[in-house]
Design a protein around this ligand. Structure first.
Ligand code: ZN
Length: 394
C-alpha cells in the first residue's frame, strides 16, 4: 500500500458507489502533467472531503488527490448557468433553483459529516428533492452540452495546475521567494492601475470602488502567508493553463484562449466562494446550536466570514484582468466575452444563485432541518452516517 492509499483508507470517507469517475482520456492527460512535469503521483478518488488536495509525506512521497466529488458538484452547478438566459420562463427558473438546492444539499451532507446526525438530516433533504420531479424541457440543456464539456475541461486543467503549484511552492523555496517579491511589486502596480479611470470603470461592473480599495489595503498591509500562497498558486496556474492550451490547441487564437480561460476562472471563483460560504455558515450555526459558541461569537464569526476567501478572489481576479488588459489593450472584448454563458463576477447579483444560497444558509433553514427529524438519536453517529450514505446513494 502506498502512503497515499493508506492515508485515504484511514483519513477519508470514500464512496463505494462513486457517482462519476474521471474518464480514462482525462486521467491519462492529468497523470502526464502531474507525474511527467511535476513528479507528483496522480490519484483519483470520490470522497467526502470533496476538494482536491496535495500531500507530501515525510519520506518525500508526493501525490495529488483528485476528488471527483468536487467535479460532480461543480459540473452540476455549471450546467445551470447557461440557463439564466431563460430564467424569465417560470418552469426554467423553478428547475434551476431545485437543481441548485439539490446539489448544495448533497455537498453539505458530505461536508457536515463531523456532525453525523446533521449530515444525515441534510442527506434526507437531498433525498426529498431528488424524489421530486420538476417539469422542465431538457432541450434548453442540450443546446449547451459541448460548450459545458469544454469549459469543464478548462476548469479541470486550471485546478490541476493550481494544486501542483502548491507542491512546487513548498519544494522550491528560492523560487517561491522570488515569486513572492514579484507579487508585492504587482500589488503596488495594481493599486496604481485601479486608480486609472478607464480600467476602474471596467472593474466597477463587478466590484465597488470601496471593495477594491479595501482589498488592496488589506493585502499590502497584511502578513498572511497562507493567502499569499493561494494567490501565487492561482497566478502560476493561470499562466500554466494558458501555455497548456496554446501548445495543445493550435486552432484557438491566443485571444480566444485568454478569454475562455478567463471566463472559466470567474466561474470557478464564484462556485468556490458559494461552496465555502455555505459550508462555513452551517458550521457556525451548528456550533451555536450545540452551544460550542455563544450568540455574540456566532454573529462575530458570521460577519467576518470569508474575508480571506473573498479577498483572494477579488485580488486574483484583478491581477488576471490587469495582465489580460495590458496584453490586449486594443481588444478589450476579451474581458467581456461570454462564450460559455458562465460569466458571473463575484460582486454581481445573480438572483437564482443568491436566493437559493440565502435560503439555504439562513439559520431558520438550518434549524428546520436539524430539529425536524426523529429518525435516530444524535448519539448514534455510526448509524446516522449509514443513513446518510443510503440517502445520497453512496
Ligand atoms: Zn489552493
Amino acid at each position: 500500500m502506498t502512503p497515499a492509499e493508506r492515508f485515504l483508507k484511514n483519513a477519508r470517507n470514500i464512496a463505494t458507489n462513486p457517482l462519476i469517475q474521471e474518464s480514462v482520456e482525462y486521467t491519462n492527460i492529468f497523470t502526464g502533467i502531474s507525474e511527467g512535469l511535476f513528479g507528483v503521483k496522480f490519484i483519483g478518488t470520490f470522497s467526502s472531503n470533496v476538494f482536491p488536495e496535495t500531500l507530501k509525506f515525510s519520506d518525500g512521497y508526493k501525490c495529488l488527490i483528485w476528488d471527483s466529488a468536487y467535479w460532480y458538484i461543480f459540473s452540476n452547478i455549471m450546467k445551470l448557468y447557461p440557463l439564466r438566459q431563460y430564467e424569465h420562463i417560470k418552469s426554467v427558473a423553478m428547475y434551476m433553483k431545485h437543481q441548485l438546492k439539490k446539489v448544495l444539499f448533497y455537498f453539505l451532507s458530505l461536508k457536515t459529516e463531523n456532525y453525523p446526525a446533521l449530515s444525515a438530516e441534510v442527506s434526507l433533504a437531498y433525498r426529498k428533492l431528488s424524489d421530486k420531479t420538476v417539469k422542465f424541457n431538457h432541450k434548453y440543456l442540450e443546446n449547451n452540452k459541448n460548450k459545458i464539456n469544454e469549459a469543464t475541461y478548462f476548469a479541470k486543467i486550471f485546478c490541476l495546475f493550481h494544486e501542483l503549484n502548491h507542491i512546487k511552492n513548498i519544494e522550491d523555496k528560492d523560487d517561491f521567494n522570488r515569486k513572492s517579491k514579484d507579487l508585492t511589486k504587482l500589488f503596488i502596480g495594481a493599486e496604481k492601475l485601479v486608480q486609472d479611470t478607464s480600467f476602474l470603470d471596467m472593474l466597477l461592473g463587478y466590484y465597488t470602488k470601496e471593495a477594491i480599495d479595501k482589498a488592496f489595503k488589506q493585502i499590502i498591509s497584511s502578513n498572511n502567508a497562507e493567502l499569499e500562497e493561494e494567490i501565487i498558486s492561482d497566478m502560476c496556474a493561470f499562466h500554466d493553463t494558458i501555455s497548456f492550451f496554446e501548445q495543445n490547441y493550435p486552432t484557438l487564437s491566443v485571444e480566444e484562449i485568454y478569454s475562455r480561460v478567463y471566463e472559466v476562472l470567474l466561474f470557478i471563483n464564484s462556485v468556490n466562494f458559494m461552496l465555502i460560504q455555505i459550508c462555513q455558515q452551517w458550521n457556525y450555526h451548528y456550533k451555536l446550536c450545540v452551544k460550542i459558541i455563544d450568540v455574540e461569537t456566532h454573529s462575530k464569526m458570521m460577519s467576518e466570514l470569508n474575508n480571506d476567501t473573498l479577498l483572494r478572489f477579488i485580488i486574483t481576479d484583478i491581477l488576471r484582468r490587469i495582465e489580460t488588459y495590458e496584453l490586449f489593450k486594443e481588444n478589450e472584448d476579451i474581458l467581456h466575452t461570454n462564450f460559455y454563458g458562465l460569466r458571473y463576477g463575484v460582486g454581481k447579483r445573480n438572483s437564482f444563485v443568491e436566493d437559493t444560497v440565502n435560503s439555504l444558509t439562513s439559520a431558520n433553514q438550518f434549524a428546520e432541518i436539524y430539529y425536524d427529524s426523529s429518525l435516530y438519536s444524535r448519539e448514534e453517529t455510526k448509524n446516522a452516517l449509514n443513513v446518510r450514505d443510503i440517502m445520497i446513494g453512496w
